[in-house]
Design a protein around this ligand. Sequence first.
Ligand code: TPP
Length: 277
Amino acid sequence: MTDKELEILATKARLLILEGVHCAKSGHPGGSLSCADAMTVLYFDEMNVDPTDPRNPDRDRFVLSKGHCAPALYAALALRGFFPPEEMRTLRSINSHLSGHPDMEFVKGVDMSTGSLGQGISTAVGMAIAAKLTGKSYRTYSILGDGEIAEGQVWEAAMAAAKWKLDNLCALVDVNGLQIDGKTEDVMPLEPIDKKFEAFGWHVVKVDGHNYSEIKNALSEARATKDRPTVILLKTVKGKGVSYMENVAGWHGKAPNDEQYEIAKAEVEAHLAELEG
Ligand SMILES: Cc1ncc(C[n+]2csc(CCOP(=O)(O)OP(=O)(O)O)c2C)c(N)n1
């Protein structure tokens, strides 16, 4: 898929994220908007998934380890045809399958229920080990937050992935520099993230997380890397695409009010019109 086609889809995903969170009057727009580009590349250019056969045992697996960014995953799944995009309007409502964090029992296309930070990458490691043990060629992908990697469990998973030489596993860390209530470097200093993963035996690729070609190239580099897992460090902007949300920690877990939503929607729609025009 071309970069422009991917940008159009990611922009549509951003509209769905905003619509869902606004309708729910709660949720996590900041980190959903920062990973929307990588999520789009994964679901439209990289992974072998089929909305008509979501449980195919040979499908590639995806685990949203930072489960609070469910709106980004739901938007990608909806645009890919797993369920109607209109259902984003039911986000977080009591009778909806689209709960605040992804639930594999209810949402078509969700491979793992997540939300407790650190657990998702651990199950992704398990899925990758399972592929090796059963001789299957599917690949496993997982998106983590940079705040999330302060969880000790992430590094237990990282050690295990290197021990089992999981070259069928690709983690992507959304390095937007902010977590729940401030800068990651203030809450828990993480740098140098690349050197940490290298020391844990991973192949590391650093990219601009809003540049489609760079993400595509990093994913193919991961596929070509043998005997060790790959992590792609995505340098991103939290709240990407909405001027007043960009780089503001306050938009981590808060919905825009009606007036704010109209501004956000108009900005993203203008960008979409530019791309399509
Ligand atoms: C084990 C655990 N501890 C705490 C939380 C509460 N929590 C939800 S999101 C978040 C911050 C995550 O920051 P980051 O991973 O950087 O996410 P992003 O900025 O990409 O949204 C925290 C601490 C949680 N979900 N799980």
